[in-house]
Design a protein around this ligand. Structure first.
Ligand code: PRX
Length: 685
C-alpha cells in the first residue's frame, strides 16, 4: 500500500447520511438488533447461531475436510490428490501461493449447465431477461442456454481460440454476456469482461495488458433514455491498442436491434463480424475442455493505489466451489427461488452472483439491461412483481437513491414474493438499511449485507439470514472457512472490541491467485503490509458482540456508488489535460453515491480559471476512465500542500474537502504552509 490513510476517527460508526431525513435517533446502532422471524429461521439452511458455530468451527479446524465434502457435490473429471489445498501467505517464507483442488480437472460451465440439466433442470428457466424498455423481455431455459453457449463456444474454437487464450468481452447486460462468459469457460479460454461503461482508453489499456484473441461486443445499448454506441468505443480502443502493438484482428459484434440497426453501425470489413450471422450456424453441442482446478478462469481489472489497473486472476475449481457455496448460504437459496442481482457482469458481483454462483446452484436468474430508475423509480419493484423475485441483491447507492423518491413508487407494487434482500459494494448506512428492510421488505425479509472484494471471489463477511439477529449496517460474521483478523499499525492482531485494519489469516477457495503478469505487485500490495496475512485495504471494527463493521478503504481507493476508483487513475487523467499542471484527488462523503470524487487542480502558469475549463477537465476524466469516475468537484489550487520532500499531504486535502477546517492538524511541516489558506479561500470558486 503506497500510502495508507489514518483510520477514520470513531471507526465502527458508519456515517448515518440520511439520519436527518428520516428523523432517526438511535442511541447506538450497535445495540440495535433485528431478529429474523421464527418462520424464516425454521426453514433456513442455517437456522441458529449454534448451527453456524458448529459449521464454522469445523471449517476452520478442518478446512480440507470441510471443503472437499462440499466440492464433491460438483462434477470433477478427475479428482484432487491427497492435498486438498496448499498455501503460503507469508512472503518471508517464500513466494505467496494459494492452490485449491490442484490436480483435479473440471469445467465450471459443465457444472453450471450440463450437470444441472442431467439432474433434471433442463426445462427450468435459467435466465429471465428484462430489457431497458417496459415490455421488452426474453428467457432461456437451462437447455436453451446450453445450446447458445455451445454455439458460441464452437464459433470461438473455429476462429482459433484455444485453452488459455484471453477473450475480452465488452457487452451490456444482454443474455449474450453470461453466454459469452460461459462459452469461454467451456473451452478453457480466459475471459476478461470490461464493464461497458468504461471509456475507449480504459478498454484499450485492458486489451493491451491481456492481449485477447478477439473482442466480443455489441453495436449499441439503451440505458434509460440514452443510446450508447458501444461499437464506436470499441473501434477507438482497437485503434489505440494497435498503436501499442496489440492489434486485435477480430471483433464479434452482437446486433442489438432495439438500440441500433446494423446499417447504422460503423464497420471494418475483415475485422468485424456480426454475431447473428455466424454464431447460430454452429452446432448446439460442444465438447467440454477439462481444465485443471488451478487453470485460470477469468481476469478482472480493478483499481488500486497506483494508476495502472490490476488484472485480478481467478482460477477454476476453488472459485467454483466458493461462489456456489456462498450464494447458497448467504441467500438461503431454495430451488423455488427467483433471484435478481442488479449488478452488471462487468464487475465481480456480476461474475460471482449474476452468472456463476446462481447458475451453479441451478437457480433462475433475472438479468436486467436497463437503468433501475427508468421509466420511473418503481422499475425495480415492477420487475420484482413481474418475475416473482424472491431474492433481491443490490447496492446501498441504489437503495439511497430510491429512498429519496416517494415510497409510493415502492408501495404501489405488491413485492410479496420477496423473502431475502442483499446489499453489496460499500457500507450500508443504518438509515438506508432500515428503509430497505421496512419499506421494501415490509420488515419480513432479512438483509444479507455481504462484505467482499474482487480479490476475494465471493462473500467473506456476511449474515446467514436465518442464523442470528442482524444489526443494521454490520456485515456481521465471517463465512465458513474465513478467518478475519483486525490488526493495528504494526500488524499485531487485536482481540475483542476493537478497530483497525482488516486482514484475513488463511486462504479460502475463492481467493485470487495473482495479479496477471505481476506476481510481485500481488505480494507487495496484499501480503507485505502485514506479514503473514492478506490485507484487504479496508478498515474494520468489531463490537462487543463480535459483529464486524466495515468502515471503508484505508488506501487511496475511492468507492463511488460501489465502484472502486483509484485516486491515482483520476489524477493521471486530469494531468493529461493540456492545461492541468498537477492534480490531487480525495474522497468526500456523498449522500447517494456513498463517496464522491473531489479533485484539487493546479493549472499551467497563466491559465485562468473558467467554468469551461472545469467542464473540460471533467470531460477528460469521463473520456479516459468512464462517466462513473467523473469528479463531483474541481477545486482550483494555486499550489498543493506538500512536505519538504515533495509528498502531497492528502490528510489536509481531505479536511479541506469535507469542510473540517478546524481539524487541519499540524501544517508546520509543509514546505509552504501558506498554500492551505490559499486553498481555503478558493473553496467556493
Ligand atoms: O471497501 C470495501 C467495499 O468494496 C471494496 C471492494 O470493491 P470491489 O472489489 O469493487 O468489489 C465490490 C463488490 C464486492 C471493499 O474493499 N465493500 C464491498 N462490499 C461491502 C463493502 N464495504 C462495506 N460493506 C460491504 N458489504
Amino acid at each position: 500500500v503506497e500510502s495508507m490513510k489514518e483510520l477514520p476517527s470513531g471507526a465502527g460508526k458508519i456515517p448515518r447520511l440520511n439520519a436527518v431525513v428520516l428523523g432517526e435517533a438511535l442511541a447506538s446502532e450497535e445495540d440495535d438488533l433485528v431478529v429474523p422471524s421464527e418462520d424464516f429461521s425454521r426453514q433456513a439452511l442455517v437456522s441458529s447461531p449454534q448451527q453456524y458455530l458448529e459449521m464454522y468451527s469445523r471449517s476452520i479446524q478442518d478446512p480440507a475436510g470441510f471443503w472437499s465434502e462440499i466440492a464433491s457435490q460438483f462434477y470433477w473429471n478427475e479428482t484432487w490428490g491427497s492435498e486438498v489445498f496448499s498455501e503460503n501467505l507469508d512472503y518471508r517464507k517464500g513466494a505467496v501461493k494459494i492452490e485449491w483442488f490442484k490436480g483435479a480437472s473440471t469445467n465450471i460451465c459443465y457444472n453450471a449447465l450440463d450437470r444441472n440439466i442431467k439432474a433434471g433442470l433442463g426445462d427450468k428457466v435459467a435466465i429471465y431477461w428484462e430489457g431497458n424498455e417496459l415490455g421488452q423481455d426474453g428467457q432461456l431455459t437451462y437447455n436453451e442456454l446450453l445450446e447458445k453457449v455451445c454455439q458460441l463456444a464452437n464459433y470461438l474454437k473455429s476462429v482459433g481460440v484455444r485453452k488459455g487464450d484471453a477473450v475480452v468481452i465488452y457487452l451490456p447486460m444482454l443474455m449474450e454476456l453470461p453466454i459469452a462468459m460461459l462459452a469461454c469457460a467451456r473451452i478453457g479460454a480466459v475471459h476478461s469482461v470490461v464493464f461497458a461503461g468504461f471509456s475507449a482508453e480504459s478498454l484499450a489499456q485492458r486489451i493491451v495488458d491481456c492481449k485477447p484473441k478477439l473482442v466480443i461486443t455489441c453495436n449499441a445499448v439503451r440505458r434509460g433514455p440514452k443510446t450508447i454506441n458501444l461499437k464506436d468505443i470499441v473501434d477507438n480502443a482497437l485503434v489505440e491498442s494497435t498503436k501499442n502493438e496489440v492489434p486485435v484482428g477480430l471483433c464479434l459484434t452482437y446486433e442489438n436491434p432495439s438500440a441500433m440497426k446494423r446499417e447504422a453501425t460503423k464497420w471494418q470489413d475483415g475485422r468485424d463480424v456480426w454475431w447473428q450471422d455466424v454464431v447460430p450456424t454452429f452446432p448446439t453441442e460442444c465438447p467440454v475442455e477439462w481444465v485443471d482446478a488451478e487453470d485460470p478462469l477469468f481476469l478482472l481489472y480493478t483499481s488500486g493505489s497506483t494508476g495502472k489497473p490490476k488484472g485480478v486472476l481467478h482460477t477454476t475449481g476453488g472459485y467454483m466451489v466458493y461462489t456456489a457455496t456462498t450464494f447458497k448460504y448467504a441467500f438461503d437459496y431454495k430451488p423455488s427461488d427467483v433471484y435478481w442481482c442488479t449488478a452488471d457482469c462487468g464487475w465481480i458481483t456480476g461474475h460471482s452472483y449474476v452468472s456463476y454462483g446462481p447458475l451453479l446452484n441451478g437457480a433462475t436468474v433475472v438479468v436486467f439491461e436497463g437503468a433501475p430508475n427508468y421509466p420511473d423509480a418503481g422499475r425495480c419493484w415492477d420487475i420484482v412483481d413481474k418475475y416473482k423475485v424472491t431474492i433481491f441483491y443490490t447496492a446501498p447507492t441504489l437503495v439511497r437513491s430510491l429512498m429519496r423518491e416517494s415510497s409510493k413508487f415502492v408501495t404501489c407494487y405488491s413485492r410479496k414474493s420477496l423473502r431475502v434482500l442483499g446489499s453489496v459494494g460499500e457500507p450500508i448506512n443504518p438509515s438506508a438499511w432500515r428503509w430497505f428492510f421496512n419499506v421494501v421488505g415490509e420488515s419480513r425479509c432479512p438483509i444479507s449485507d455481504t462484505w467482499w472484494q474482487t480479490e476475494t471471489g465471493g462473500f467473506m463477511i456476511t449474515p446467514l439470514p436465518g442464523a442470528w439477529p442482524q444489526k443494521p449496517g454490520s456485515a456481521t460474521f465471517p463465512f465458513f472457512g474465513v478467518q478475519p483478523v483486525i490488526v493495528d499499525e504494526k500488524g499485531n492482531e487485536i482481540e475483542g472490541e476493537c478497530s483497525g485494519y482488516l486482514c484475513i489469516k488463511n486462504s479460502w477457495p475463492g481467493a485470487f491467485r495473482t495479479l496477471y503478469g505481476d506476481h510481485e505487485r500481488y505480494e507487495t500490495t496484499y501480503f507485505k503490509p502485514f506479514a503473514g496475512y492478506y490485507f484487504t485495504g479496508d478498515g474494520c471494527s468489531r463490537d462487543k458482540d463480535g459483529y464486524h463493521w466495515l468502515t471503508g478503504r484505508v488506501d487511496d481507493v475511492i468507492n463511488v456508488s460501489g465502484h472502486r476508483i483509484g485516486t491515482a487513475e483520476v489524477e493521471s487523467a486530469l494531468v493529461s489535460h493540456p492545461q492541468c499542471a498537477e492534480a490531487a484527488v480525495v474522497a468526500v462523503e456523498h449522500e447517494v453515491k456513498g463517496q464522491g470524487i473531489y479533485a484539487f487542480v493546479t493549472l499551467i502558469e497563466g491559465v485562468p480559471y473558467s467554468e469551461e475549463l472545469r467542464k473540460s477537465l471533467i470531460l477528460t476524466v469521463r473520456n479516459q476512465i468512464g462517466a462513473f469516475a467523473a469528479p463531483d468537484k474541481i477545486h482550483w489550487a494555486p499550489g498543493l500542500p506538500k512536505t519538504r520532500s515533495g509528498k502531497i499531504m492528502r490528510r489536509i486535502l481531505r479536511k479541506i474537502a469535507s469542510g473540517q477546517l478546524d481539524e487541519l492538524g499540524d501544517t508546520s511541516t509543509l514546505a509552504d504552509p501558506g498554500v492551505v489558506d490559499q486553498l481555503i479561500s478558493l473553496s467556493d470558486c
